[in-house]
Unconditional design. Structure first.
Lengths: 233, 269
């Protein structure tokens, strides 16, 4: 299986702090849906930022398809941060056009179809939308790309349970089987059904990388139950 | 990609900056109508209300002109900060573009608007001055300017070069104000907490240092020139070239600093 993401001895230290990620090694293959799971402060977001080129490792290297993060890798990664990153003055349509301009793999028709399905007006200004609706818009934008790697940081945390089902269906329906999907969330039971693999991270180091099937067979538990056991306080 | 970034930056910013300029032009228009007949001088002397209205107008006009320059600069610096160093940075820094393209697109739009606002200020002051002079002395400044015989002015090669270098210095100084703000904002991002306050503090600190350096060189220049009765053309040209080199070197240094921080030290919260 060819690797899409390779982290080699990656360490990230912030100013005057202990390393958020320490000597981390991780390989993610193509065509998998992977859950990146860990308690708060375990280094998940730092790792995701380094894959996206938003942070530079203090040591080691992150490679996407064999190259360092840069404009070329950003064209292939579709990233949903846990923040609302869209300018409030813009309309939904403006944002769709913006994505269409910058990402060659962006499918406007797919974005408008999903907006319609979720009853989101394309002429609405973002400042007039609720927090949950903004998150849905961001997810639609991210999933409307034919990317090689999707990275979703807490994609369902801010939406109601009814919308979660739609969002998970949306993720699966629009997910290119040849691509890799990395999901970072605390709502493990909600996403467990779509995961192929899980990666556990604690104190900036990978403690487990295995398939969901293995956990069920070897531990006789769901991923959610096993996570609670491993990371019990 | 640079063109696309430029187009989107322009589309996102033009409305508010146009409004700033329109406000100044409206003030100018009011002034032209109110001042172009000379009655306002008599009216001010005879009626305290008129005097209050005219004085208020001149004060408001003065603040509008002052605010146009300041508001244009700070509006674009705030946009730079918000777009690249707050939550919006998660979008801008994951676009398939380089940090050079991000900085250049924003700097270019800001520069164009500084030039436009500068022209609006110049035209506005000229029109208002013309109305004042016309109302009081019946002299049309524009007509008087047109009647100047430029045929008597003979420019030699050095004079032309001087003019070119002066124009370059003006452009360099405008770029300086942009890069100065970008570097202060970028340096502020290196602090662990209170990044915006740090940026403002650094901006003010850099201004103080700049004033000190400028004063130091001005004193040195004055002391040197006091012994020179009439500086030769060559000396003037050499001084202008030196100023241009220093200004553009500072521009390049500040640009490189901002780009280095954005590329290597980016740390969005």
């Amino acid at each position: 299986m060819s690797s899409l993401v390779e982290c080699r001895n990656v360490t990230k230290c912030y100013v005057n702090g202990r390393p958020a990620v320490y000597n981390l090694n991780l390989t993610l293959e193509k065509g998998h849906i992977i859950g990146l799971l860990g308690p708060n402060g375990s280094g998940k977001t730092t790792l995701i930022k380094m894959i996206n080129g938003l942070l530079r490792p203090s040591n080691g290297e992150v490679l996407i398809n064999g190259i360092l993060p840069g404009p070329e890798t950003k064209a292939r990664i579709s990233y949903l941060p846990e923040r609302t990153y869209l300018e409030a003055q813009r309309t939904v349509k403006d944002i769709v056009e913006f994505f269409g301009d910058f990402y060659e793999d962006f499918r406007k028709d797919r974005a408008y179809a999903m907006l319609e399905a979720l009853h989101i007006e394309s002429d609405a200004r973002l400042k007039n939308l609720s927090k949950g609706t903004k998150e849905k818009v961001q997810l639609i934008l991210v999933m409307s790309r034919d990317a090689e790697l999707y990275i979703l940081d807490e994609p369902i945390a801010g939406v109601d349970p009814a919308a979660r089902d739609y969002i998970l269906r949306t993720i699966i329906a629009n997910f290119n089987p040849a691509a890799t999907l990395l999901i970072c969330t605390h709502l493990i039971s909600d996403i467990e059904s779509i995961l192929d693999e899980v990666v556990f991270i604690r104190d900036g180091q990978i403690t487990l990388k295995t398939t969901v099937e293995n956990i069920r067979e070897q531990q006789g538990k769901s991923v959610d139950q096993y996570f609670r056991e491993v990371f019990a306080c | 990609m640079l063109k696309k970034l430029f187009v989107h930056e322009w589309k996102d910013s033009w409305k508010l900056v146009t409004l700033f300029n329109v406000i100044v032009l409206v003030f100018t228009l009011i002034g032209i109508v109110a001042l172009s007949n000379g009655n306002w001088v008599d009216a001010m002397e005879k009626n305290a209300w008129y005097a209050t209205i005219y004085v208020s107008y001149f004060m408001l006009y003065y603040f509008a002109i002052l605010a146009l320059g300041v508001a244009t600069t700070f509006y674009f610096l705030i946009r730079f900060y918000k777009n690249l160093y707050t939550d919006q940075g998660y979008l801008m820094h994951t676009l398939p573009v380089t940090s050079h393209q991000l900085i250049l697109s924003k700097a270019f739009v800001m520069y164009i608007w500084q030039v436009i606002s500068g022209c609006v200020m110049f035209v506005s002051i000229l029109l208002l001055a013309n109305s004042l002079v016309w109302g009081m002395e019946n002299i049309n400044i524009f007509k008087a300017l047109m009647e100047i015989d430029f045929g008597d002015i003979r420019l030699n090669f050095i004079d032309v070069l001087d003019i070119i270098v002066v124009v370059l210095i003006v452009i360099g100084c405008q770029i300086f104000s942009i890069m100065f703000g970008y570097l202060a904002i970028s340096l502020g991002q290196l602090s662990k907490n209170h990044k915006l306050i740090s940026s403002i503090g650094i901006y003010m600190g850099m201004q103080i240092v700049l004033q000190m350096v400028f004063s130091f060189f001005q004193i040195g220049f004055n002391l040197t020139m006091v012994n020179v009765d009439s500086p030769s053309e060559g000396l003037v040209f050499a001084i202008l070239c030196l100023i241009a080199i220093v200004v553009f070197a500072a521009d390049a240094g500040m640009y490189a600093g901002s780009n280095y921080i954005m590329k290597n030290k980016l740390n969005l919260e």
